[in-house]
Design a protein around this ligand. Structure first.
Ligand code: ZN
Ligand code: ZN
Length: 317
């Protein structure tokens, strides 16, 4: 009996010790796991912060490099070379500029970056183009991959449409911040049998993209507004006009939300001829009449454009 008692006492001690050891082990495992978890998440957030700065910096650069890549495509048009696929052309221009930028980052931050332009798209504002670039980065064993986006403005760039449409061989010229059509437009109109092509001899149009501030556009009928608009050479938003990307390809019309500009004639003739909005001259081809038949510099406009700009006729400008 005594022996048995001792045995059962020993069992209790062994059992309790075992339970204590297991509990201790569990606590140890828990503590170690928690410490590791906190440590890992610290590393991760530091890494994200490092990359975050670089990604933000990259987006700012993309805005400038994107615009430069568009300007390079415009220059190609002005050099007399056709741009058949403006998105593809601008992506190529951008890829070259980004790889130079990536080398700069390597020197400055010792980070390995690779970038691939994914798309160059029109937006719901004709003055902005959206760029998407896939950016991969590697630094000190940490890696990231992200799509970086940025809008670039086309304001201040030259309008590529007249040259892309008529070609540089047509005799069209660009100086004094204006397109000078010389005989290029009248020759084009003659070729397509449009009315009174002689009205468009020596016609001019604005060269640089500037957004017209007289919004809503019916205010063009107010005193001196049309004069200022024509003197400064503003462009206007238009669902019928073509967007900047399509202008590079020489398209007078496109499915995107675009812009239109007045092609100003300087003629004593009062014949009916093409309405002077550029999408009408280059794509839609319907006639208009001079707003003021006695004014050599009067716009030739159809009734729906007169309505849009509040120009019923007899405006003095
Ligand atoms: Zn205007
Ligand atoms: Zn377009």
């Amino acid at each position: 009996m005594k022996r048995k008692k001792l045995d059962s006492k020993g069992n209790i001690i062994v059992g309790t010790t075992a339970i204590l050891i297991v509990a201790l082990l569990l606590i140890c495992i828990f503590v170690v796991t928690t410490i590791n978890f906190i440590h890992d998440s610290n590393i991760e957030s530091t890494a994200n912060d490092n990359f975050k700065y670089i990604i933000e910096d990259y987006s700012r650069n993309l805005e400038v490099l994107g615009r430069d890549s568009i300007a390079e495509a415009t220059q190609k048009v002005y050099n007399g070379l056709p741009v058949h696929d403006s998105e593809d052309q601008i992506k190529k221009n951008l890829a070259k500029r980004l790889s130079e930028k990536n080398e700069e980052y390597k020197k400055k931050y010792d980070i390995d970056l690779t970038s691939e332009p994914l798309s160059v798209e029109p937006t719901d504002s004709p003055w902005k183009i959206l760029f998407k670039v896939k950016l991969n980065g590697k630094k000190d064993g940490e890696m990231f991959s992200q799509i970086v986006e940025s809008n670039s403005s086309i304001e201040g760039l030259r309008d590529p449409l007249p040259v892309a449409k008529l070609t540089i061989a047509s005799g069209i010229m660009a100086y004094d911040d204006k397109i000078h059509y010389k005989t290029a437009l009248s020759a084009y109109m003659l070729l397509h049998n449009f009315d009174s092509p002689e009205s468009y001899i020596e016609a001019t149009a604005p060269l640089t993209m500037k957004k017209c501030p007289y919004d809503p556009y019916v205010h063009h009928g107010d005193p001196n507004v049309l004069r200022d608009c024509l003197d400064t050479g503003y462009f206007h938003e238009s669902a019928d006009g073509s967007c900047y990307l399509c202008r590079l390809e020489g398209k007078g019309k496109c499915p995107h939300y675009g812009m239109e500009v007045f092609i100003q004639t300087h003629t004593p003739l009062g014949n009916e001829s093409l309405s002077c909005s550029d999408h009408v001259v280059f794509a839609d081809h319907y006639n208009g009449q001079k707003i003021d038949p006695d004014d050599w510099d009067s716009l030739i406009l159809d009734s729906s454009h007169r309505k849009k700009y509040g120009l019923s006729g007899n405006e003095s400008y």
